[in-house]
Design a protein around this ligand. Structure first.
Ligand code: AP5
Ligand code: MG
Ligand code: ZN
Length: 214
């Protein structure tokens, strides 16, 4: 099964993705994580992407299309993938439509996680991350010991773009550039929308009901 996750910043894409990957055995590909790793390692891509990310703007399409083309051609994703954070613009979606047939792949479902803007700012500014990939929230999903990861014990940190001002920019980018993709895929009848407000495990329950039908 090949899944595209759509949803605004802080809607719970990463949180749900971890559970979806475990249950359905798909490979989780987060373009945000790939970019952040490049920023940390100071690669040419990371240096270029950093200025956009810290301003809450989308990184140029050409860079993202190259990342995805390479990643989807790797052997480990042949059994199914889940894209978290790609596509995010019309040119990225159109590029996917050219890349996938060449790889003998298609999108089976677009899972759209719907959360109102006013909820998102609190979520993003209270988020804490671990280098092992686990995500917490100081209020909504706190670790057992403050500041430490339950899974691996490492110190938690905040993302550089998780400030209130940057979140507002990211939300704007979402509404202007990403939201139109819901319509684009809806015309193909492959969009499933799940309301992403409420208990994390209950939301996953709704996601699983939807994915079990695919
Ligand atoms: P990316 O890393 O993809 O960030 P994003 O889309 O802004 O989404 P987030 O990761 O912030 O949110 P999420 O939906 O994963 O939520 P999470 O599960 O963590 O991209 C970052 C940047 O990279 C972009 O701004 C852009 O610059 C660049 N980029 C990446 N891809 C690109 C592309 N294709 N093109 C161009 N540029 C690109 O949850 C959030 C918080 O809420 C957590 O604290 C969590 O614990 C909590 N939470 C989760 N679910 C719930 C719930 N149900 N109730 C309460 N709290 C909850
Ligand atoms: Mg994420
Ligand atoms: Zn950890």
């Amino acid at each position: 099964m090949n899944i595209v996750l759509l949803g605004p910043p802080g809607s719970g894409k990463g949180t749900q993705a971890k559970m979806i990957a475990e249950k359905y055995g798909v490979v989780h590909i987060s373009t945000g994580d790939i970019l952040r790793e490049n920023v940390r390692n100071g690669t040419p891509l990371g240096v270029e992407a950093k200025k956009f990310m810290e301003a809450g703007k989308l990184v140029p399409d050409s860079l993202l299309i190259d990342i995805i083309k390479d990643r989807l051609a790797k052997d480990d994703v042949k059994g199914g993938w889940m894209l978290d954070g790609y596509p995010r613009t019309m040119p990225q979606a159109e590029a996917m439509d050219k890349i996938l047939p060449n790889l003998g792949q298609k999108i089976d479902v677009v899972l759209n996680i719907d959360v109102p803007d006013e909820e998102l700012v609190k979520r993003v500014t209270g988020r804490r991350m671990c280098k092992c990939g686990t995500t917490y929230h100081v209020q909504f999903n706190p670790p057992k010991t403050e500041g430490k990861c339950d899974a691996c014990g490492a110190d938690l940190y905040q993302r550089a773009d998780d400030t209130e001002e940057t979140v507002k920019e990211r939300l704007q980018a979402y509404h202007a550039q990403t939201q139109p993709l819901i319509d684009y895929y809806d015309k193909r009848g492959i969009v499933v929308t799940v309301i992403g407000v409420g208990d994390i495990k209950e939301i996953f329950g709704k996601v699983a009901v939807a994915l079990d039908k695919i």
